[in-house]
Design a protein. Structure first.
Length: 221
């Protein structure tokens, strides 16, 4: 059974892995109890960093079955979307702040057979997502300004998470609420209390001395 918004989902972010040993790092995440693998795609325009592209998604897809949570931090998600679908993404999240017809992109993600996510930067209010809530399977509330791993968690995002959970209830919707940036056992507890269920964690999982213990701590937080 795929997880619902009532289930805790832990998604280690590959950005914090050792890129010289990607296959082993993905295996380590799976064996440590990861539910999803989070893949950060950065184009050097939408954010000031360049990570990796569809070839990496495909390489990971071909080596195992873990659910691939692909976070597009790119200026033109509509343009690159078909390549990430073909690469084997399971969930594709696009930013509301990027330059595209958001509703059209979200519909295209779903009609390609993927789950659709919409991301909000910390400074973007929940109102920006209101026209799209029926079109999404996941709302990503960024808890850092996107671009780099290892940044401190921004607690000021918590009220937005609470409001997103309240709205979901009022509208009878079922989207996951995901948080991304500075997530560890402590900050995950605050996010879960506010209504988030999907926890992206890069540094606190891949760089932990015991990845399985780190994932367990986030799950139980
Ligand atoms: C930030 C990325 C995150 C990043 C999280 O722009 O979207 O997914 O990998 O890294 P940590 O968990 O180290 O903050
Ligand atoms: Zn991310």
């Amino acid at each position: 059974m795929p997880p619902t918004f009532r289930d805790r989902v832990i998604a280690p972010s590959l950005l914090a892995a050792d890129f010289s040993r990607v296959r082993e790092e993905v295996t380590r995440a799976i064996q440590s109890g990861a539910d999803w693998l989070h893949l950060d795609i950065m184009d050097g325009h939408f954010v000031d960093n360049i990570s990796f592209g569809p070839a990496m998604v495909q390489a990971v897809h071909e080596t195992n079955d873990i659910f691939l949570d692909v976070h597009l931090m790119v200026s033109r998600p509509d343009h690159y979307l078909p390549r990430f679908v073909a690469a084997g993404s399971d969930l594709i999240t696009v930013h509301v702040e990027a330059e595209h017809d958001v509703a059209d992109t979200l519909r295209k993600i779903r009609s390609a057979g993927c789950k659709a996510g919409l991301a909000l930067n910390p400074a973007t209010p929940l109102e920006a997502a209101l026209p799209y809530l029926e079109l999404i399977d996941l709302l990503l509330c960024m808890t850092v300004v996107p671009g780099f791993g290892g940044q401190p968690f921004m607690a000021e995002v918590l009220p937005k998470i609470e409001a997103a959970a309240k709205l979901r209830e009022e509208r009878g919707l079922e989207y996951h609420i995901e948080v991304d940036g500075g997530i560890d056992a402590l900050t995950a507890a605050h996010c879960a209390k506010s209504g988030a269920n999907a926890m992206v964690a890069g540094s606190s999982t891949f760089k932990a001395p015991d990845m399985a213990a780190a994932i367990r701590a986030i799950r139980e937080a």
